[in-house]
Design a binder for this molecule. Structure first.
Ligand SMILES: [Zn+2]
Length: 399
């Protein structure tokens, strides 16, 4: 099938807007992008972009498809049947795709549901974003996320845990460097895995050609992870100059997940969120914003990830992070869109295939009403997402 998007403003994902561009799609690939008119094959389905904007499908670099965004989602998950979790996760995957998010990276699944869902999407059984998944996160005994993670202590056990997750099909190994907000009794700033434990997990993943990611809030944990060779820093609440310098030099991306804190802070205890989570969020917020500012000004690669599935951080509302990068992160709308497209593709190691509207890339494209550079809020309105094309296949909207 050949589709020609014509006459449009096209935000390419790498910081450019082409005002009157034509984008030609053949089967699953973008085959031509040109400013102005282009000779269009007679068999092409012609779609005027007029009044709308064409963008790359968004990539959410940090979600939890098994968490449902309820006020205490880990407790919800542990109390329900695997069938309930699976059905809810399938619905969440569909909502995510309909919102214009064509790819996600899941940063901590449960019961193999993330792995199974990925397969079901890949085989066309259910609609959903392309998924890269971590399987179960790996943490120290009693460490952040232990309720859903695999506990491991000492380099040998961390090595084995990484091997276990890779064996069952994980695309990424997720290692917990510090405490966090959503686990009772752990402090966000405290160090958890040692540098030696982190290094064992990272080496094992790299041997298998897999990337690694770390939940890292406190400074020492962030430094342990960076010195151990981690591939991305999630949350990064207490970055310091040394950490930022390593991230710039080694091009280690930072995924601040502002959405997670934003929803916990704005909904609060009154909405049923555990009080320890709200307290810790309020405590870390000023440091988090300062870390984002430092990283942005220093030129760290910053990608958009929501931590969707955490309280009130709903699947299908993933593009909230793009707006929060503008409102809280000091990003221009163009830079925030780039964080959710080109930079996120880099985080996933898929920048040769996804993230920008360029010849040879996968035809993951969305068309939105109006111009998000003038009004970023339109990305959050479901009715504004007029068309979602994933690998050249229509996922939502009309051709
Ligand atoms: Zn997370």
């Amino acid at each position: 099938m050949t589709i020609a998007f014509v006459d449009g403003p096209v935000i390419t994902g790498d910081g450019r807007i082409l005002e009157h561009a034509t984008v030609l799609v053949e089967n699953d690939k973008i085959v031509k992008v040109a400013e102005g008119d282009l000779s269009i094959p007679p068999n092409a389905e012609k779609i005027p972009i007029d009044g709308m904007t064409l963008l790359p499908g968004f990539i959410d670099s940090h979600i939890h498809i098994c968490l449902d965004g309820s006020p205490d989602p880990v407790s919800t998950l542990l109390a329900e049947s695997p069938t309930a979790t699976t059905l809810k996760a399938a619905a969440a995957a569909r909502q995510t795709l309909m919102a214009g998010v064509t790819t996600v990276r899941d940063m901590g699944g449960y019961n193999g549901i993330d792995l199974g869902l990925k397969q079901a999407i890949n085989t066309g059984l259910i609609p959903g974003p392309r998924m890269l998944v971590s399987g179960r996160l790996i943490c120290m005994t009693g460490g952040h996320g232990w309720q859903i993670g695999q506990e491991a202590n000492g380099p040998d056990e961390v090595r084995q845990a990484a091997r276990n997750q890779i064996k069952v099909g994980a695309d990424i190994v997720k290692l917990m460097a510090t405490g966090g907000v959503m686990t009772a009794g752990v402090q966000p700033g405290s160090e958890q895995f040692t540098e030696a434990e982190m290094r064992a997990g990272v080496q094992e993943a790299h041997k298998a050609g897999k990337k690694t990611a770390t939940h890292a809030m406190g400074t020492q944990g962030i430094l342990n992870a960076l010195r151990a060779g981690i591939d991305s820093i999630e949350h990064g609440v207490y970055l310091n100059e040394e950490a930022v310098a390593i991230m710039v030099e080694c091009k280690i991306p930072f995924i601040p997940t502002i959405s997670a804190c934003y929803h916990i802070e704005t909904k609060g205890v009154a909405a049923g969120i555990p009080d320890y989570a709200v307290e810790k969020t309020l405590m870390v917020k000023p440091h988090h914003l300062e870390s984002i500012r430092m990283a942005r000004e220093a030129g760290v690669l910053i990608a958009a990830g929501t931590d969707a599935g955490t309280p009130f951080n709903l699947h299908g509302e993933n593009l909230s992070e793009i707006k929060l990068l503008v409102d809280y992160g000091g990003f221009s709308p163009m830079a925030a869109i780039e964080a959710g497209t080109r930079v996120s593709a880099h985080v996933l190691g898929l920048d040769n295939e996804l993230g920008t509207i360029e010849e040879g890339k996968q035809a993951d494209l969305i068309m939105v009403s109006g111009n998000p550079l003038e009004n970023i809020d339109i990305l959050l309105e479901r009715e504004s997402i007029r068309l979602v094309l994933q690998g050249g296949k229509l996922a939502s909207g009309d051709l």
